[in-house]
Design a protein. Structure first.
Length: 181
C-alpha cells in the first residue's frame, strides 16, 4: 500500500511539473511581442554566428557576422542576401513560417509531450507540413533558446540563442525586404 502511494505521489509530481512548465512557457510566449538575440547556427558542421530580431507574427531580421549575410522575413517572404547572391522564398514554404508564429507554437506546445534534455532544456518536437521542428526552452527561465529544423536543402540546422532581450522598441523598417543588386 505504501509503495502504491509513493508511486502515485511521484507520478503526480512529474505530471504536475510538466504541466507547470508548459503553462509558464505559454505565458512567456504570450507576453512576448518581440525579442532580439545573438545566435550560433550549425548547419551540417558549418557554424555561423550573428544577431537577430524577431517580431511576432512572422517577422525576422538576422545579420550574420562573418560574411555580411542578411536574412529578412516581412511576414510573407523570406530573403537571404549575401554580397554575391540573393534568394527569395515564400515564407510559408520554410520551417521559419512555423517558428515565427507564436500562436502556432502555443497551440502545438499545449498538446505535445515535453522532453527534458540533460536537466537543462525542455524540448518539444513539432511535425507539420512535412517539417520537423524541435524547439528548445531553458529549464530555469522557460524562455525559447533555440530550434532545430531541416533547411530548404534538407540540411539539419541547429540554432542556439543567447543574450536575449524581450519587448524592445523596434524600427518597423528593419523587416523591409532588401532589394536585389
Amino acid at each position: 500500500m505504501f509503495r502504491l502511494l509513493l508511486i502515485f505521489i511521484f507520478t503526480f509530481l512529474i505530471f504536475n511539473s510538466k504541466a507547470d512548465n508548459r503553462n509558464k512557457i505559454i505565458k512567456n510566449l504570450n507576453n512576448t511581442s518581440n525579442f532580439s538575440f545573438q545566435f550560433e547556427q550549425n548547419i551540417n558542421g558549418k557554424i555561423e554566428k550573428g544577431n537577430c530580431t524577431i517580431e511576432y507574427p512572422k517577422k525576422m531580421y538576422c545579420y550574420y557576422n562573418k560574411n555580411n549575410k542578411v536574412l529578412v522575413s516581412n511576414g510573407k517572404s523570406l530573403v537571404i542576401k549575401t554580397i554575391s547572391s540573393y534568394y527569395r522564398y515564400p515564407l510559408k514554404k520554410t520551417p521559419l513560417n512555423l517558428i515565427l508564429d507564436k500562436n502556432f507554437l502555443i497551440n502545438r506546445i499545449n498538446s505535445l509531450e515535453e522532453r527534458i534534455i540533460n536537466n537543462s532544456y525542455i524540448s518539444y518536437s513539432i511535425i507539420e507540413n512535412e517539417n520537423k521542428i524541435d524547439v528548445f526552452f531553458d529549464i530555469i527561465s522557460l524562455e525559447l533558446i533555440g530550434w532545430q529544423t531541416k533547411d530548404i536543402y534538407q540540411n539539419t540546422a541547429l540554432t542556439i540563442l543567447s543574450s536575449i532581450s524581450k519587448n524592445q522598441k523596434i524600427e518597423k523598417k528593419l523587416f523591409k525586404l532588401p532589394v536585389q543588386n
